[in-house]
Every structure is written in C-alpha cells, then in structure tokens.
Design a protein around this ligand. Structure first.
Ligand code: ATP
Length: 340
C-alpha cells in the first residue's frame, strides 16, 4: 500500500508518502514561524494555503519515484492508493484548508480519502515503529496531553490535562520572557545550566494541570529567580507529572510497554525520566525519532495505510473536519480483535 498523507492541524504544512512494501516514509514539511507571540490561527491558516499545495506536489513526486520501482504498479494508474488527511483535533481554519486540499487531490487521482485523528496518529506511529503490541501511550504535544491505552475497539483516555496542552503551557511561559516561539527547545537548553527551583506539582487522580505551575514559573522569574533555575524546575515538575500518570497507567492496565508521542517528546529530559521509570518496573520504553514526534504527515500516511487496508475510507460527503476530535471517538478498525 502506498499512501499520500497530509497534515496541517497547527504549524506544520506537511505532506508525506508511505510505502508499506518498501517500509519508507518521505516527509516534506514547511513550518509556520510566528513573527511574534504564539500561533495566530488566521496566519497559520494562510501558511497552510500558501504551502500545502507545494508540499503535496513534492510528496507526490516521491510517490511517483517509488511507484516506478514497484513491479505491481500500473503505469497509467495513480501513484498512491489513497489520500489520508488530519481531520482534527486542531485549529479549524487550518483543518478546513487541509481537508479541501485532500479532497481535491483524491478526486484528481481518483482514489479514496481516509480521515485520520491526529492524536491517534501520534500514538500509532510509536506502536508502528516499536512493533509493540498494545502499549500505553503518553502523547505530550503542543495543544494536548493524554495518556491512552487500547481496550475493546477504542483508545481510552486514562488521563489528560485539565487545562492547556503541555507544549502550549511551556510556550506561554516563554512568551512571558519574550522568547520566540516555540519555547520548548529553549527551556530545555536553559534548564541544562540551572539548579532546581521548586514549583507546584499538580496531579489529580489520573489527570494533570499545568496552569498553576506556569503562573508560579512566571512569578518566580518576575521575583528575580534565575531563569535557568526556573526552566530546570519547570521541566522537573511538568515531566514528573507526566511520568507519574504514565506509570500509574502501566500499573492499572498491567501493561509493560510505553510509547511516547508529540512534539514535547523531543525533550531529552522527558525521555530520560520515562526511560528510567520503565526500567525500574521492567517495562519497555520507545520514543520515535524526532521527525515522527513533532507534527508531521508521515504519521498520518502510516495510520492512513492501516485504515485503508481495513476498508476504513470516507466519501467526500462524510469528510468534514472536527476541531475537537477526541482520540476515544475513533472506532479502531485496523487492529486485530485478539488483543481486545
Ligand atoms: P498537537 O499535536 O496537540 O496538535 P502541536 O500541533 O502544537 O500539538 P507538536 O508538533 O506535537 O504540536 O508539538 C509542538 C510543541 O512541542 C511546542 O509547544 C513546542 O514548544 C514543543 N517542543 C518542541 N521541542 C521541545 C523540546 N525539546 N522540549 C520541550 N518541548 C518541545
């Protein structure tokens, strides 16, 4: 199966081709960089409109090259079997542009459409790359933070943020410092030179909250605590919260595999904490490489191929977007029922 994936939920105008026989993923991305502040939905949508056509054409170029090497390829046929796109969650104005592009390309190539949940794609890319059967997944992304596990045909949300996404919370703190977007990598760098500064730690049951720790971090900087120390303390608090809930999810489900997803997963300290926790309990831990952690169309194409193979396609009429599309709304069509 060869799939064109298109992603554009927030900042990444991205298209990719996944070839399941060759097991290759070629990703083309144009990132939106705000001039100031965080992501502006209207500017981000303009970025999608300006860049999605070009990344799609580049990805289709890769698809044609892969098709030419495929002995089963009919030279008059389309270079991909389907077009998969991010239906949500994400910024509505961006999602609408991506969905329109996906419909146009699918009609032009005369292939089916596959509608992918962006958060389930963050999770499934880790399962795909690790080969784990039924992992617990920590999705630590910009706009979200979920701990998920599969049960009876759906990915169940075991724990989640009660306020902002984890990456967005970090970015809000760095906006207060007038650091450019995205803030996560800058906090990681500053934290290396800092000493521990204690900040609030809020886990309630299986859910976490980031707003209090962010307010306290801003206040600490305003009170003159060295910014490196605040960054260090911030990472320790926030990542320990994510690690605690992930550990409890492993314990409650009896699972012994954990995968990480989302852009915040690029952080070495988070990966170190999760890795140590798993090692201590005899569980396996896997984090995909950075190009599959941050938003990317590769994960959309990979899950799109699994959905296509399971017959899980959409008509144009059904292909509306859903800005609040939750991972537990997805009826999982592509997994064997054996592990239900
Ligand atoms: P979602 O996937 O929920 O729609 P998103 O589209 O904003 O979220 P992602 O690409 O998953 O995006 O993640 C982007 C976030 O990752 C940003 O908030 C950014 O600050 C954060 N991030 C990137 N690198 C690092 C890092 N090294 N450490 C911490 N956070 C990071």
């Amino acid at each position: 199966t060869r799939v064109l994936g298109i992603e554009g939920t927030a900042w990444a105008a991205s298209a990719a081709v996944y070839d399941s026989a060759a097991e290759t993923v070629e990703i083309e991305t144009e990132a939106y960089q705000p001039d100031s502040g965080g992501i502006h939905p209207r500017e981000a949508a303009e970025h999608m409109g300006d860049n999605v056509p070009a990344v799609v054409e580049r990805a289709l170029g890769h698809a044609r090259e892969l098709a030419a090497e495929d002995p089963d390829y009919d030279a008059d046929g389309p270079p991909v079997d389907c077009v998969a796109f991010s239906r949500g969650p994400g910024l509505g104005p961006c999602l609408r542009i991506v969905a329109t592009a996906a419909r146009a390309v699918a009609q032009r190539l005369d292939v089916p459409l596959v509608g992918v949940n962006h958060m389930v794609a963050h999770l499934e890319i880790g399962r795909h790359r690790s080969g784990f059967e039924s992992p617990v997944c920590l999705n630590a992304s910009g706009a979200n933070a979920h701990v998920l596990a599969y049960r009876n045909g759906r990915y169940r949300v075991l724990g989640e943020t009660m306020d902002t996404g984890v990456g967005n919370a970090i970015d809000k703190f760095t906006r207060h410092l007038d650091w450019s977007h995205p803030g996560g990598p800058k906090v990681e760098e500053a934290a290396e030179d800092g000493a521990y500064h204690e900040l609030p730690y809020v886990v309630k049951g299986m859910d976490f909250s980031f707003s209090g720790v962010m307010s306290a971090a801003k206040q600490a900087v305003d009170d003159g605590v060295p910014v490196e120390d605040v960054c260090h303390g911030l990472q320790e608090s926030v990542f320990a919260m994510l690690t605690e809930v992930s550990e409890r999810a492993l314990s409650l489900t009896g699972g012994d595999e954990l995968v990480l997803g989302g852009g915040v997963g690029q952080n070495d300290r988070l990966r170190e904490m999760l890795g140590e926790m798993c090692e201590q309990r005899g569980a396996e831990f896997f984090a995909p490489e950075p190009r599959f952690l941050r938003d990317n169309a590769g994960m959309i194409a990979v899950l799109g191929a699994k959905m296509y193979d399971a017959g899980d396609t959409l008509s144009i009429a059904e292909s509306g977007i859903d800005a609040d599309f939750r991972p537990d709304q997805v009826e999982v069509s592509w997994r064997g029922r054996a592990s239900d």
